[in-house]
Design a protein around this ligand. Structure first.
Ligand SMILES: [Zn+2]
Length: 243
């Protein structure tokens, strides 16, 4: 019954934390995948993404725990490119890079797009020198910008959100959790049913996403964005957002 399907898509909102580090591959994380899953469920998240530093791992464990806990678990990666950190979804491997070197930011974005995947500029204005920052204006083909990151100051998050709005690029939120209690600090609300990584990528590419907080953290001037986008989505569930 297509009509019913349309109504469900238009009115369903699902929340995903798209930026989490697990201890197996992120040596700076104190969270096991099972801990992350339990915390995500207790926070009311409908899914999570593991984005370890420069490693695409854990897929078998993610499949196992996803089935056991009935929670979508996506495995992406956070790549430290020449200009800053970029979250990647939808690829099975990363291009080879000479040892000790980092991949060019635009090269990674183009590669991921060629595979049908998605890229998100992680915490672009964080002051540790690992955000894309002003380079956002020169890069093309980014899928989204992480407007709100759980380990970034409010001022730097607000700046990222302002740039995403100015450039007309979809915006996400993610906790960047490395320790207990951090999962869901920020998350991404997606309009429509998202069960697979492909669904997630489609939603991001169509701009059917906006940042939220599961713990009441501030969202600056995008606090009303969700309602506005949801209204748009309800009117035209499949309209393409220019990026
Ligand atoms: Zn991170």
């Amino acid at each position: 019954m297509p009509a019913v399907f349309f109504i469900i898509r238009g009115e369903t909102e699902m929340k995903f934390d798209l930026h989490i580090h697990e201890l197996t591959h992120s040596k700076d994380s104190h969270l096991s995948l099972e801990q992350i899953v339990l915390e995500a469920k207790s926070r009311g998240l409908e899914g999570i993404a593991i984005t370890d530093h420069d490693v695409l791992g854990l897929r078998a464990q993610a499949r196992f725990l996803s089935a056991r806990h009935n929670l979508p678990i996506f495995v992406g990666v956070e790549v430290y490119t020449t200009l800053g950190d970029i979250l990647v979804f939808g690829v099975d491997q990363l291009p080879a890079v000479e040892e000790g070197k980092r991949i060019e930011s635009q090269q990674l974005i183009d590669y991921v797009n060629s595979k049908g995947g998605a890229t998100i500029a992680a915490h672009p204005f964080r002051s540790n020198g690992r955000g894309l920052g002003e380079a956002l204006y020169g890069l093309t083909g980014l899928t989204a910008i992480e407007g709100y990151n759980g380990r970034t100051t409010k001022g730097h998050n607000d700046r990222a959100a302002d740039v995403a709005l100015a450039l007309g690029i979809p915006m996400t939120g993610g906790s960047d959790a490395h320790a207990p209690g951090e999962v869901g600090a920020y998350a991404t609300e997606v309009s429509g049913v998202v069960q697979t990584e492909k669904d997630l990528i489609q939603a991001l590419k169509k701009g059917r996403c906006y940042p939220v907080s599961m713990t009441g953290l501030p969202l600056g001037n995008v606090a009303g964005l969700g309602a506005a986008l949801a209204a748009d989505v309800n009117m035209a569930a499949d309209s393409e957002v220019a990026v």
